[in-house]
Ligand binder design. Structure first.
Ligand code: BEZ
Ligand code: FE
Length: 306
C-alpha cells in the first residue's frame, strides 16, 4: 500500500483534488481541483442526503433530456442561478468606460434581416409605437460609423417572433442596422413588454419549488460591433417596467435602464413616420478598442457611456 492518504470525510476534498495533480493542462487542473473542493465543501455544508443526491441527478438528467436545437435548459439553469451574469460580469469588466454587458438569452437569431435606418421593425403593426435611437462611439467619444447594431425584442404580448412562428411574421421586431457617418442608428418599433423565461421544464420546477417568479423586465436586446473594437452584447431596460428589481436571470444593471418617454407632437410624429403620440427610447453605446485595457479609457478624453 502506498503512503497516499485514503478517502475519508475529513480528507475527501484533498484526496480527490490530488487525483488530478497529473493534469497536463494547468488551467484545466486548476479548474477541476477548485470545482472538487467547492463541491465537497457544499456536500459537507448541507449534509446532503442520499435522497437529495438522487433528486439532483434526476433533475440534471431531465435538464439534459429537454435540451434540443431550440432549447438549452442548462444555460437557463445557469441563468436563474446567476452564473451566466457572473461569468459575463467577470469577463467584461468595463470600469465604467464602455457599455456594460448582459446575458445573450436564447432568442437571438444569427441570420436576422439587414434593415435600413428608420425602418419600422414592428411588421405586425401592433403595439405602442416607439422611436428607438442612439449613437455608437468609442471610449474617447469618436463616432463609430458603419457599426453593426443587431436588435431584437418582444411584441406587446411579451413573445419573440421565434416563439410564435404561426402568429408573428418572421423577423418581426428584430433586425440589423448600420450606423451612419455620425455613429447614429434609429428605427421605429413598439415598446417591449416583460415576459416569463421558459418555465415549463426543470428550471421552471426549481423556480416554483423555491417561490421565485420567472419574469424578466421589459427590454430590447443589442449586439453592437465595430471594426477594431470589442463588441457589446447587452439590453436596454424600460424604466417603468415591472420586475426591474427582481429579474429572473439577474440581467439588470443600473446603467442600462432608460425612460421611454411619450412625445405628443403631431409634426414630429409625421417627420419620424409614427402615429401621434409615440414613445422615444434613446440608448447610446460605447465600445472599447480591442487594444484598450478593459476598464481603462483613453486618458484625457475618457467618457463613460451616456
Ligand atoms: C432573454 O432575455 O431573451 C432571456 C435571457 C435569459 C433567459 C431567457 C430569456
Ligand atoms: Fe429577452
Amino acid at each position: 500500500m502506498s503512503a497516499r492518504e485514503l478517502f475519508s470525510e475529513e480528507s475527501s476534498a484533498e484526496v480527490v483534488a490530488a487525483s488530478f495533480d497529473g493534469t497536463p493542462d494547468p488551467r484545466l487542473r486548476r479548474v477541476v481541483q477548485s470545482l472538487v473542493r467547492h463541491l465537497h465543501d457544499f456536500v459537507k455544508d448541507v449534509e446532503l442526503t442520499e435522497a437529495e443526491w438522487e433528486t439532483a441527478v434526476d433533475f440534471l438528467t431531465r435538464t439534459g433530456q429537454i435540451c434540443s436545437e431550440t432549447r438549452q435548459e442548462f444555460i437557463l439553469l445557469s441563468d436563474v442561478l446567476g452564473l451566466s451574469m457572473l461569468v459575463e460580469t467577470v469577463n467584461h469588466r468595463t470600469g465604467g468606460a464602455s457599455t456594460e454587458q448582459t446575458v445573450l438569452g436564447p432568442f437571438h437569431v444569427a441570420a436576422s434581416p439587414a434593415r435600413d435606418l428608420g425602418t419600422d421593425i414592428a411588421l405586425d403593426g401592433k403595439g405602442t409605437p416607439c422611436l428607438v435611437s442612439g449613437r455608437v462611439t468609442g471610449t474617447d467619444g469618436t463616432a463609430l460609423a458603419g457599426a453593426r447594431v443587431d436588435v431584437w425584442q418582444t411584441n406587446e404580448d411579451g413573445f419573440y417572433d421565434v416563439q410564435q412562428p404561426d402568429v408573428q411574421p418572421p423577423g418581426n421586431l428584430r433586425g440589423i442596422f448600420t450606423t451612419d457617418d455620425d455613429g447614429r442608428y434609429w428605427f421605429r418599433s413598439v415598446v417591449p413588454r416583460y415576459y416569463p423565461i421558459p418555465d415549463d421544464g426543470p428550471v421552471g420546477e426549481l423556480l416554483a419549488a423555491t417561490g421565485r417568479h420567472p419574469y424578466r423586465p421589459a427590454h430590447l436586446h443589442f449586439i453592437v460591433s465595430a471594426a477594431g473594437h470589442r463588441s457589446v452584447t447587452t439590453h436596454v431596460f424600460v424604466a417603468d417596467s415591472p420586475y426591474l428589481d427582481s429579474d429572473a436571470v439577474f440581467g439588470v444593471k443600473e446603467s442600462l435602464v432608460r425612460d421611454v418617454a411619450e412625445v405628443d407632437d403631431p409634426a414630429r410624429a409625421e417627420a419620424v413616420g409614427l402615429p401621434n403620440p409615440f414613445r422615444t427610447l434613446t440608448f447610446d453605446l460605447t465600445l472599447a478598442r480591442e487594444d484598450e485595457e478593459p476598464g481603462s479609457p483613453t486618458p484625457a478624453t475618457a467618457g463613460g457611456p451616456s
